[in-house]
Design a binder for this molecule. Structure first.
Ligand SMILES: NC(=O)c1ccc[n+]([C@@H]2O[C@H](COP(=O)([O-])OP(=O)(O)OC[C@H]3O[C@@H](n4cnc5c(N)ncnc54)[C@H](O)[C@@H]3O)[C@@H](O)[C@H]2O)c1
Ligand SMILES: O=C(O)[C@H](O)COP(=O)(O)O
Length: 309
């Protein structure tokens, strides 16, 4: 039995991942902690690995334990991990690729339908005693055009769902081969795509190239009343600009990721109409939670068992 420690930035993880990490001492941070607390914990516990769900794994955290070999991400997005610092320090930073893609793709489809038929708004009105049948017109997704930005594990699933319900699909992804797309799906550049979309769904990572990808000017290229779905990362979209467009009734939004998480008590989102909001739970299904935790645990074990070279 080794006494090597793994810091887990969560209160608990899926039992199948705990079983994979048997033999290591797991130290849990809980879901809420400060950056200084995380650094101090790593200095004290000297982990060989961090299983990272919440918080930022910045240069200070990465430097706090000279024994640290690997950061295994509980999930896919790597934007909260300083990958440049990890490279410099010789620490592997690994995503649990594909671990939650079914869950997120289903959530994106759910948000799309919720916006197209205004289901959350109608539900609130019904509970307040209103019957808003007169004048109601929903958007039928069959025949509507969906633009997908980032056609990887999640985006490709959303594409298949959309094709199954009869949507026209266009994809913007500079890294995929057009020949890998199904017949009828067109690959195009972002600014060519935006004016054609009834629905735009974002599925690319947040990095230096994609930060602010949907800024105010590009939002202006979208059709009036287009639906934007963002289950990827908040930083892809200018939150202030989209809040203004929502208030002006120019766009609709389904949003799962926010610049400030958890949302502040005085967040402008609380007052934003035409937006269906969920608290970053796109990947949080039974299968998604298991996939993320097991994927992270497997990546950690694989790296720790590698001989030093
Ligand atoms: N809401 C959630 O809970 C949740 C869960 C999982 C993932 N995510 C987010 O979704 C993102 C995508 O996840 P995935 O599993 O599909 O990842 P993936 O790596 O399989 O796919 C990402 C795709 O984006 C493409 N891409 C990269 N840069 C691009 C750019 N500039 N423009 C257009 N496309 C670009 C890549 O070529 C790739 O095909 C993650 O990076 C993460 O931030 C959110
Ligand atoms: O990047 C991801 O895979 C998701 O954002 C998952 O985030 P979570 O572990 O907080 O559910």
């Amino acid at each position: 039995m080794t006494t090597d420690t793994i810091v887990v930035t969560e209160a608990k993880i899926h039992p199948d991942a705990v079983a994979l990490l048997a033999g290591y001492r797991l130290v849990y941070t809980g879901a809420k902690f400060g950056q200084d607390e995380l650094v101090a914990l790593c200095e004290r516990e000297q982990p060989v690995a961090i299983l990272a769900r919440y918080g930022r794994i910045d240069r200070r955290v990465l430097s706090a334990s000279p024994r640290l070999k690997v950061v295994g991400r509980h999930g896919v997005g790597m934007d909260a991990i300083d990958q440049e610092a990890a490279r410099e320090l010789g620490i592997a930073a690994v995503a649990a690729i594909g671990s939650n893609s079914q869950a997120v793709a289903e959530h994106a489809l759910g948000l799309m339908l919720a916006c197209a038929r205004r289901i959350p708004w109608l539900d609130r009105r019904m509970h307040d005693g209103h019957w808003d049948k007169a004048g109601y017109i929903g958007l039928e997704l069959s025949g509507a055009t969906l633009g997908i930005v980032g056609c990887g594990s999640i985006g490709a699933r959303v594409m298949r769902f959309a094709l199954a319900i009869g949507m026209q699909v266009r994809v913007c992804d500079p890294y995929i081969e057009p020949s890998t797309l199904p017949p009828g799906v067109v690959l195009c550049a972002l600014e060519e795509l935006l004016p054609l979309c009834d629905v735009l769904s974002l599925h690319c990572p947040l990095d230096d190239a994609t930060r602010g990808l949907l800024d105010e000017r590009r939002m202006g290229l979208l059709r009036k009343n287009a639906i934007v779905i963002n289950t990827a990362r908040a930083g892809l979209v200018d939150e202030t600009a989209i809040q203004q467009k929502l208030k002006a009734g120019e766009l609709q939004l389904g949003m799962d990721c926010f610049a400030v998480e958890p949302m502040a008590e005085d967040s402008p989102w609380l007052e934003t109409p035409n937006a269906v909001l969920t608290p970053h739970i796109g990947g949080t299904t039974d299968g998604g939670l298991r996939g993320m935790a097991v994927g992270a645990a497997e990546n950690i074990v694989k790296h720790l068992k590698r001989p030093n070279i």
